[in-house]
Write a protein that binds this ligand. Structure first.
Ligand code: NAP
Length: 250
């Protein structure tokens, strides 16, 4: 039994920022498709996120797909549409790091990060676009990073992927605006998640020192920005990159 007809797909929603966004959109009343990269992550972590979402009275289910695969994304979006009836919000959140200095970065390190972080955004956007065009409405929200705006030593691959996301965001916003589809990006600074937990203490301390608010973001604070961009209050905002970094990059 659906309580609302609106549906959101969140990629990489079993963990960190994606899990927080899935839960926030469920709280906002969306049925949520929780994308997980594997059956293992769906059963170990995605299922708990889905359960939490359902506590808000909406439908929520895990959909397994490797977002770097064009075919897998297309199949997943068709499954979500068949299951929930529409796709109203797409959050491209899935991402990885494979850090290393440029002088030592392998081709595999570069290609994998571009495939998972950037090509995935094309794959998912391409699959969802015909559905939203037909609906004449939709919200796409892409999770970029301040590394895509300003660069970061040791992250040539990651920064390129996150800057590329901004390019897709602006071009898609121009193409799809006439169909009442908005496309925006969020550029977080340092957020406390499994991705950043592994960073050495000296790196964390230096980021903390450069952050005006002198703390790291909670995933829920990025989810708040996503909730706003999905809401009616953001209807006239498109092609933008909203920086949510506690004053790190100014
Ligand atoms: P995280 O906790 O490591 O979560 C990353 C998510 O991406 C996981 O749920 C993972 O799914 C998913 N994922 C990875 N490869 C995938 C694939 N091939 N197919 C489908 N899903 C895949 O990291 P996070 O910090 O929440 O990061 C979320 C996003 O925010 C990323 O795009 C990241 O670049 C961005 N970001 C993070 C920070 C930060 O400080 N944490 C700052 C700026 C931007 P499974 O668990 O199912 O494998």
């Amino acid at each position: 039994m659906f309580t609302l007809s609106k549906t959101a797909i969140v990629t990489g929603a079993a963990s960190g920022i994606g899990a927080a966004i899935a839960k926030r959109l469920a709280k906002d009343g969306y049925n949520v498709a929780i994308n997980c990269s594997s059956e293992k992550s769906a059963s170990e972590r995605g299922a708990a996120v889905a359960e939490k979402c359902r506590e808000y009275g909406v439908e929520a289910e895990c959909f397994v797909a490797d977002v770097s695969s064009f075919e897998a994304c297309d199949k997943m979006v068709k499954e979500v549409k068949a299951r929930f009836g529409s796709v109203d919000v797409l959050v491209n959140n899935a991402g990885i790091t494979k850090d290393g200095l440029l002088a030592r970065m392998s081709e595999e390190q570069f290609d994998t990060v571009i495939a998972v972080n950037l090509k995935s955004v094309f794959n998912m956007t391409r699959a969802v676009t015909p559905i939203m065009m037909k609906q004449r409405s939709g919200r796409m929200i892409n999770i970029s990073s301040v590394a895509g705006l300003y660069g970061n030593a040791g992250q040539v691959n990651y920064s390129a992927s996150k800057a590329g996301i901004m390019g897709i965001t602006m071009s898609a916003a121009k193409e799809l605006g006439a169909r009442n589809i908005t496309v925006n990006a969020i550029a977080p600074g340092f957020v406390q998640t499994p991705m950043t937990d592994v960073l050495p203490d000296n790196v964390k301390e230096s980021i903390l020192g450069a952050t005006a608010l002198k703390r790291f973001a909670k995933p829920e604070e990025i989810a708040g920005a996503a909730s706003f961009l999905a809401s009616d209050d953001a209807a006239f905002i498109t092609g933008q990159v909203i920086v949510v970094d506690g004053g790190l990059s100014m």
